[in-house]
Design a protein around this ligand. Sequence first.
Ligand code: SF4
Ligand code: SF4
Length: 138
Amino acid sequence: MKTIKKRYVLTFPPESGDKPLSYHLVRDFDIQINILKAEVKPGKTGVLLLELEGIRENLEKGISYLEENHVTCTPLSKKIKFDQPRCINCGNCTAVCFAGALKMDRTVWELRFNHEKCVVCELCVKACPLNLFTIDFS
Ligand code: SF4
Ligand code: SF4
């Protein structure tokens, strides 16, 4: 069966912190998890940015399972649009792109944007002095 990948921001309350939720996603729903960013502190609300891969039905069941455990799951369906021809290759945006989607090719000193790695964190939108990044809601 064909698997799909979807990205979510998970916000979970402190009481969920010690539950093995990701273990259950893997074992019970055959979902592969790629954690792209994590801000989890003991006893505090945690936020995870992750990519889930599995068959559609299992992803839906896994998300329902998380929500039953009081985890808020927000799908990331937006995309970042980049007006590359106007880029002056200053490199500002590479400093904020923790996902590694924006990198400078130092052999020619040109910015490379890898859409596959972009997690739509929107940090580059403010970092670019020419406002070359915009959010595409379509
Ligand atoms: S939104 Fe911008 S900063 Fe965030 S991952 Fe995508 S390219 Fe990088
Ligand atoms: S900050 Fe803007 S102008 Fe500078 S390299 Fe990034 S996209 Fe290009």
